[in-house]
Design a protein around this ligand. Structure first.
Ligand code: CP
Length: 313
């Protein structure tokens, strides 16, 4: 019997997790990758459990993969249509969550535009809560699936140099990845215009670059970020054309990284803005589709572990 390390009730963020906890989730995810590639994808470890997706922001990958993950483990999965719910009549996040809690949900997967909203909610309910992305704070399952993708390709996380490029300021994906990669012993570089970096970014334990060619030099992994127009109030970039010229990833800039450097993007992509369209589709360099595949396995592993912790509580 393997020792279990992740004993938390919720998965709200990567910050504060220890290497064995992250490793446990990744190891279990590896097993689910193999199961998902086999003929019989379904099992019953979450039979009798109820998973509810409560997404206050749009999502394709995260919401769908939470749903698929729950169904593959035998749970009953409900997708709340926030736009067609009593949220429209003014019901608050907390009242909505407490209503779902009263129906004996076991796991709530929540995405919300406000940083900290998911943690607040977790303090009001009995069930386990997974953060599916809160404002520009954290997106823990994205960082876990990114780590799984890297580890399967490179065989390790420790010692790798990872460049996270683009709109870091608004990115919960960047924050969760910085925490995870630092915890697991990778070297993290941020490559971005000054307008798209948080104040005192160096305090996150990263190296900061404002030039793509310098920031990508000898990197093992190049992680591009979406330009998040919906979170920008005011002008952060001069024009799309200028942004792509200086900060968009194309073959010429990628040539500065190691010859076997892998290209990542959490999706959805702005093709021709932060990444060249041909490069994004180039399976010799880009692992973007693999990231989506890993998302299902990672979310199955998170459900599995949190359900076991609920049973042991
Ligand atoms: N990467 C990510 O969170 O994608 P979605 O917004 O489609 O869930």
């Amino acid at each position: 019997m393997t020792k279990e390390y992740f004993s938390h009730k919720h998965l709200l963020g990567i910050q504060g997790l220890h290497p064995p906890e992250i490793q446990e989730i990744l190891d279990l995810s590896d097993r689910y990758v193999e199961q998902n590639r086999g003929g019989d994808k379904k099992q019953s470890s979450l039979r009798g459990r109820t998973v509810i997706n409560l997404f206050y922001e749009s999502s394709t990958r995260t919401r769908t993969s939470f749903e698929l993950a729950g169904k593959r483990l035998g749970a009953d999965v409900i997708n709340m249509q926030v736009s067609a719910s009593s949220v429209n009549k003014g019901e608050t996040l907390i009242d909505t969550a407490m209503t779902l809690n009263a129906m004996h949900a076991d796991i709530l997967c929540v995405r919300h535009p406000d940083s900290g909203a998911v943690k607040l909610l977790s303090q009001k309910v009995n069930c386990a809560v997974i953060n599916g992305g809160d404002g520009s704070h954290e997106h823990p399952t994205q960082a876990l699936l990114d780590a799984l993708t890297i580890r399967r390709r490179k065989g390790r996380l420790g010692g790798l140099t990872v460049a996270i490029c683009g709109d870091v300021l608004h990115s919960r994906v960047a924050r969760s990845n910085i925490y995870l990669l630092n915890t697991m012993g990778a070297r993290v570089r941020l490559v971005a215009p000054r307008t798209l970096l948080p104040a005192q970014a160096q305090r996150l334990g990263v190296e900061v670059f404002h030039d793509m060619r310098e920031g990508l030099a000898d990197c093992d992994v190049v992680m591009m970020l979406r330009v998040q127009n919906e979170r920008m109030k005011g002008s952060f970039i001069p024009s799309i054309r200028e942004y792509f010229r200086f900060f968009g990833l194309d073959y010429e800039k990628l040539a500065c990284a190691k010859p076997d450097a892998m290209v990542m993007h959490p999706g959805p992509m702005n093709r021709g803005v932060e990444i060249d369209s041909d490069l994004a589709d180039d399976v010799e360099r880009s692992v973007i589709r693999e990231q989506v595949e890993m998302g299902v396995a990672v979310r199955m592993a998170c459900f599995d572990i949190l359900a076991r912790n609920l049973a042991g509580a």
